[in-house]
Write a protein that binds this ligand. Structure first.
Ligand code: NAD
Ligand code: IPM
Ligand code: MN
Length: 365
């Protein structure tokens, strides 16, 4: 198939992990005979330096015309002055809003061979398979902001329509998984959470096959550490989802492992690892590219409908996590490129064995 993919490497380790992810996409194109075209654009701090804007119009236009967008990370100390007129993160928020990608899927699995890296006891990490669905274009991130010399406000606003569309997406995903949905809110305190909870309760009638539970976010933060294997799909608002998924990454062993897919009703999906620009390790060639590579698998599955190819990428990552090489954050000493090359080799092997199986079954060549 033909697909046009815009890449936004961004700042810090963003370009390092994005380069690995693009190499994986190119390998998939070569092995499965697809025609992927790539267009690299500016976002974040690097865009501010070049144009004064965190999301230049040319970048946004290119993203809107693409089949999918692959992003690295934005931000860093250079642009973090609290008084700066424009911040890299604004570019990412503007992109999410412009693409209308309101549902941010963040899958969490704990690979058995990495369980010893988690601060939790191994037995708590068996069978952990959670899909977080984070609302991505509303809440405090996008409400009105005010600031005077001694006061600041961030409005947190949700409409029923905004809650409905992301919750329906979560119900549908739960249907395809283990039919269990946990909705996380702070309905004992926040009015937005009470609207959230009553909306979930009303929609539940449309999904009688899915069991729904409600959990307050503070206790959820604790439960995620004490019984993580109890959860299937977890849906929550923007800020809670941001925080809970970084916490969840600690169960997997490293923030560098988790991918994400941001989807809306439009055609273009946005794919990015959940980690940031990791300024403490940027430029050293040691960032873990697995979160970015698994984001490629999500891109293949959700934007291009290429399931077999997505599975091949996930199987390749599985193999590399099992046998190495591993980057430093997960207990090895390999650099980003060494991990990338191992993933590429595993994809090649997977594609060859699939071809051999296919030919064997058909008795061809
Ligand atoms: P971070 O995610 O950048 O880093 C947190 C810790 O995780 C660091 O110790 C880092 O070295 C480690 N880490 C992250 N990714 C890794 C990887 N791939 N391999 C190995 N280790 C990895 O969070 P932070 O330090 O709080 O934020 C730094 C900057 O990134 C900030 O400007 C923040 O706004 C931005 N940020 C951007 C995104 C994004 O673009 N989507 C996401 C989160 C944070
Ligand atoms: C993420 C990041 C972003 C967020 C920042 C960089 C705006 O932390 O993608 O998780 O808070 O959504
Ligand atoms: Mn985050």
């Amino acid at each position: 198939m033909k697909a046009h993919i815009v890449t936004l490497p961004g700042d810090g380790v963003g370009p390092e992990v994005t380069a690995a992810a693009v190499a994986v996409l190119k390998a998939v194109a070569a092995h499965y005979e697809h025609d992927f075209s790539f267009d690299e654009q500016l976002i974040g701090g690097i865009a501010i330096d070049a144009t004064g804007e965190a999301l230049p119009a040319a970048s946004l236009g290119a993203c809107q015309a693409a089949d999918a967008v692959l992003l690295g990370a934005v931000g860093g100390p250079k642009w973090s002055d609290p008084n700066a007129p424009v911040r890299p993160e604004q570019g990412l928020l503007a992109l999410r809003a412009a693409l209308g990608v309101y549902a941010n899927l963040r899958p969490l699995q704990v690979h058995p061979s990495l369980a010893n890296l988690s601060p939790l006891k191994n037995d708590r990490l068996k069978h952990v398979d959670v899909l977080f669905v984070r609302e991505l274009t509303g809440g405090a991130y996008f409400g009105a902001k005010t600031r005077t010399a001694d006061t600041a406000t961030d409005e947190c606003k949700y409409t029923v329509a905004e809650i409905e569309r992301v919750v329906r997406r979560a119900f549908e995903l739960a249907r395809e998984r283990r039919q269990h949905l946990t909705s996380v809110d702070k309905a004992n305190v926040l009015e937005t959470s009470r609207l959230w909870r009553s909306t979930v309760q009303r929609l539940a009638a449309d999904y009688p096959d899915v069991t729904v539970e409600h959990q307050l976010v503070d206790s959820m933060a604790m439960l995620l550490l004490t019984r993580p294997n109890r959860y299937d799909v977890v849906v929550t608002e923007n800020l809670f989802g941001d925080i809970l998924t970084d916490e969840a990454a600690a169960l997997a062993g490293s923030l560098g492992l988790l991918p994400s897919a941001s989807l809306g009703d439009g055609k273009t999906g946005l794919y990015e690892p959940i980690h940031g620009s990791a300024p403490d390790i940027a430029g050293q060639g040691i960032a873990n590219p697995i979160g970015a590579v698994l984001s490629v698998a999500l891109l293949l599955r959700h934007s291009l409908g290429l399931d077999a190819e997505a599975i091949a990428v996930e199987a390749a990552v599985e193999k590399v996590l099992r046998h190495g090489p591993r980057s430093r954050d997960i207990g090895g000493n390999a650099g980003t490129e060494e991990v990338r090359d191992a993933v590429l080799a595993a994809i090649e092997e997977h594609a060859d064995s699939a071809a051999a199986f296919f030919c064997g079954a058909r008795a061809c060549g």
